[in-house]
Ligand binder design. Structure first.
Ligand code: GLA
Length: 540
């Protein structure tokens, strides 16, 4: 993303840039090492739930093979609760859940499933049921006593400090005596999210539409993908961005609106959720799935993309207008999963160049993970035709390149006073340092290592970016990772002068996955009063 685009985004969202790191009291409950998989009642049934329905959905999860494909959590959303008893204990609706919550948990556990419930940080839930404000400890104890495995915690009817309330419930769950996955539902990325929850919603509520439908409103799949991509650098084992639950198979019959999608669009929805390491929470009626829906939801190779143990959220690496190339680093040397997304209304050919996914330019094998078919061995890149609104999801195995960023001067003019600043994320914490590289008329290697820093209240600072070597040769700055730890995200800022005039731009990546090639060119841009800003740093 260019600095200008990101700046524009910043105007509509305060969440993207310079989010301060937080040291205090991390979550670290050891849960959600890969994204949660399960089912939730809301997208199909809203408040119209009872224990018979939940039993039937749970039974279908087993009989359809969903459980064995990895879906384990059966999550009650809003409306399971009606009141509190005289002692303040939260009580399930006695008409709809006559056997009680403990019995429901036992029913699920007996079938190898897990039990999820819903509450809200405010006085009332979004549907007006009792919220947990002031009852956090008591509610967490109730959940633990029923055998609850996951809590989705919503954001309605709340006037107290949001971060504090989400932390209060996090601490209450931690003290409850049971391991409970904490799913934050605050409808937007929050800087404190990764240290508070195991997953956190990055968007408003999803509707059953592929693209914006003015008569439904809400958040369609294509817009959610664009938005969720902004927060990719925060995803890792233990914390995942949640672009909301699946609509696959609802065909416009759901409870939250939308005209439904084609099977191609549902496949795109599912493939992109998998590429983005999103929680896979089905939201359809599991008792009446057609073959297309079942095939999409249970495809083992697509699920494996989502569940890859590295926990990387794939990101857009090349934007060709209506055609986009996305890439996710997965376990193994030289392995990437690539999504070729055709947003256009007619079929189009899309090309992925191995260099754009951090692989060497030689040969690589390609397997279509949706079709579960090998496509062959290809040199330099691969081209295929993708249907309208479709995604080709490909597993590419080629030659790994070092984790590094190469910035090559393509401006024919002299670039002087170059300063490179890196901000990078290790374990949810920012690290920050810069290095002066002088005149870019030779090759410089900068070493990047977050060890040995000191915490300044916002980030780890110190000599983290240091000059490794400097030699005659092409005008290239190479940032080489010498830290053995995984760097989930990095933002590189460059300031430099051309003809004595100051220039500035930045790019960000999540994570470093092989060698990324950028070019540096001071042409274009606009004067902002102190310096030229523009798309000076960009994909080569
Ligand atoms: C909010 C949430 C939804 C759902 C409803 C329930 O809108 O974002 O996912 O839980 O509340 O009322």
């Amino acid at each position: 993303m260019t600095g200008a685009v990101l700046l524009a985004l910043l105007l509509i969202s305060t969440a993207v840039v310079n989010i301060p790191a937080e040291r205090a009291s991390a979550l670290e409950n050891g849960l959600e090492r890969t994204p949660v998989m399960g089912w939730n009642s809301w997208n199909r049934y809203a408040c119209n739930i009872d224990e018979t329905l939940i039993h039937r959905q749970a039974d279908a999860m087993v009989s359809t093979g969903m459980r064995d494909a990895g879906y384990r959590y059966v999550n009650l959303d809003d409306c399971w609760q009606t009141s509190r008893d005289a002692a303040g204990n939260i009580v399930a609706d006695p008409a709809r859940f006559p056997s009680g919550m403990k019995a429901l948990g036992d029913y699920l556990h007996a079938r190898g499933l897990k039990f999820g419930v819903y509450s809200d940080r405010g006085t009332r839930t979004c549907a007006g049921r009792p919220g947990s404000q002031g009852y956090e400890t008591q509610d967490a104890r109730s959940y633990a006593s029923w055998g609850v495995d996951l809590l989705k915690y919503d954001n309605c009817n709340a006037s107290l400090d949001q971060k504090t309330q989400y932390e209060t419930m996090r601490n209450a769950l931690a003290a409850s005596g049971r391991q409970i996955v904490y799913s934050i539902c605050a409808w937007d990325f929050k800087p404190w999210g990764p240290k508070t929850g195991n997953q956190a919603r990055s968007t408003g509520d999803i509707v059953d539409d592929y693209t914006r439908n003015p008569s439904t409103g809400g958040n369609p799949v294509d817009e959610i993908i664009d938005r969720n991509n902004n927060f990719g650098m925060y995803a890792h084992p233990g914390f995942f961005n949640d672009p909301d639950m699946l609509q696959v198979g609802n065909y416009g019959t759901g409870s939250v609106g939308g005209r439904g999608m084609t099977d191609t669009e549902y496949q795109t929805h599912f493939s992109m959720w998998a590429l983005m390491a999103a929680p896979l929470i089905a939201g359809n009626d599991l008792t009446s799935m057609n073959a297309a829906t079942k095939n999409i939801l249970t495809n083992p190779e697509v699920i494996a993309v989502d569940q890859d143990p590295l926990g990387v959220q794939g990101r857009r690496v090349r934007d060709l207008g209506d055609q986009e190339v996305w890439s996710k680093k997965v376990q193994g040397s030289g392995v990437r999963v690539v999504a070729l997304w055709n947003r256009a209304g007619s079929a189009a050919s899309i090309h992925v160049d191995w260099r754009d996914i951090g692989l060497g330019t030689g040969s690589a094998t390609v397997r279509d993970v949706v079709a579960r078919a090998d496509r062959g061995t290809f040199t330099g890149g691969y081209t295929t035709t993708v249907p309208a609104h479709g995604v080709a999801l490909l597993r590419v195995v080629g030659s790994e390149t070092p984790d590094a960023i190469r910035i090559t001067r393509t401006d024919t003019r002299t670039i002087t006073d170059l300063q490179v600043r890196t901000e990078f994320l290790i374990n949810d914490e920012w690290h920050d340092d810069y290095q002066d590289a002088g005149t870019l008329d030779h090759s410089v290697t900068l070493n990047l290592n977050g060890n040995g820093a000191t915490w300044n209240g916002t980030a780890w600072v110190g000599d983290l970016l240091t000059t490794g070597s400097s030699a005659a040769g092409p005008s290239v700055v190479t940032i080489t990772k010498t830290d053995p730890r995984f760097i989930y995200g990095i933002r590189v800022h460059v300031t430099f002068k051309v003809g004595g005039q100051p220039h500035y731009d930045f790019e960000e990546l999540s994570p470093l996955s092989g060698t990324t090639n950028w070019q540096l060119d001071g042409n274009g841009g606009s004067w902002d009063g102190t310096r030229y800003t523009g798309n000076f740093l960009r994909i080569q």
